[in-house]
Design a protein around this ligand. Structure first.
Ligand code: CP
Length: 333
């Protein structure tokens, strides 16, 4: 693996998920793989899980990890080619990235979308400029449109949950190859959020191909077809939830009329009552979550909730990805 930006960088999702679960059983089995290697974690936006889980994963592989909060501690970067830098930006990515490439063996970047200009956000200029100029493998810690480490974790968590407790799939699902029904449902939120987690979850579940995948959201909240193609899409949340085995809850802002909040109907919040229509579904969320806005306390604090296990699995997913990259760059003798 030379970079990790989307599902397209992965040749075998199941093998990568199995690797993650193997690390969960034996975290230090490859503790020499990253010896004498250094990883840089650059944050242009806040994070709790991604920052800490990736640091722990790197440490488990014997790497030194350095975190740099570019948004607070660094010079303001310019990403536009040919920019006349007479405004607020101080340093061009063309100058900064090659230096970072000398300091680090792997460079990890978190950057959010502006939610103002769809074309700019969906061009993924920030992370692509790092890839272009750093000269070392780049890992996305969430970009303008995708969150691949989260999505790999989500598949790891679904697979683990299916292994640990057979889902008792109804007979009609046996005919469909025993695939679990996985539902991605929009949830209310008080402010416009990126589409990254939803885009990425859709992209990975579609590529994985081992789920009966349904997306439900209010009208006007369509995601880009680039990611959702292959899923069943409905505006009827109750119908979507029927017989679901996994329910992934997430808010996102509008894609077509970009970055808006059209709808904040509390009826879309996932509650214990709504879960009655499911196949005793497990509930997932990437976190952070707005309690009693996106998801009720009763669901989050119940046995339905996988969110803590899911967040814990971020370590193993990150470790699997970093180990794949390190294998291309073995330790210096
Ligand atoms: N899910 C997730 O990416 O969490 P953080 O924003 O805290 O890293």
């Amino acid at each position: 693996m030379k970079k990790f930006i989307s599902v397209h960088d992965v040749t075998d999702i199941n093998a990568l998920a199995a690797k993650a679960l193997a690390y969960k059983t034996n975290p230090l089995m490859d503790k020499q793989l990253g010896e004498n290697k250094r990883i840089g974690l650059l944050f242009l936006n806040p994070s709790l899980r991604t920052r800490l889980s990736t640091q722990i994963a790197a440490k488990n592989l014997g790497m030194e990890a350095i975190v740099f909060n570019v948004d607070k501690e660094g010079w303001m970067l310019e990403f536009e080619e040919g920019a006349i830098m007479s405004g607020n930006t101080v340093e061009h990515i063309k100058d900064a990235a090659p230096i970072l490439g000398q300091y680090f063996d792997i460079l990890c970047i978190r950057t959010f979308p502006s939610l103002k200009n769809r074309e700019d956000d969906y061009s993924e200029m920030y992370i692509n400029q790092f890839i272009k100029y750093a000269g070392v493998p780049v890992v996305s810690l969430e970009s303008a449109t995708l969150h691949p480490l989260q999505s790999l974790t989500d598949i790891v968590t679904i697979k683990e949950s299916m292994q640990n407790s057979p889902l008792g799939l109804p007979a009609e699902k046996e005919g469909a190859g025993g695939k679990p029904k996985v539902v991605l449902t929009w949830a209310p939120h008080i402010k416009p959020l990126p589409q990254c987690v939803a885009n990425s979850f859709a992209q990975w579940i579609n590529a994985w191909g081992e789920a009966d995948f349904v997306i439900t959201h209010p009208q006007d909240y369509e995601l880009s077809e680039e990611f959702t193609k292959g899923a069943t899409i409905t505006h009827d949340q109750d119908a979507a939830l029927k017989d679901a085995d996994f329910v992934y809850v997430k808010n996102w802002s509008t894609f077509n009329d970009y970055g808006k909040v059209y709808e904040n109907d509390p009826e879309w919040m996932l509650t214990e009552e709504k879960l009655k229509a499911t196949n005793n579904a497990k509930v997932m969320h990437c976190l952070p979550v707005r309690r009693n806005v996106e998801l009720s306390d009763e669901v989050l604090d119940s046995d339905h909730s996988l969110v803590t296990r899911q967040a814990g699995n971020r370590v193993w997913a990150a470790q699997a990805v970093l180990s794949e990259i390190l294998k291309q760059h073995p330790p210096t003798p």
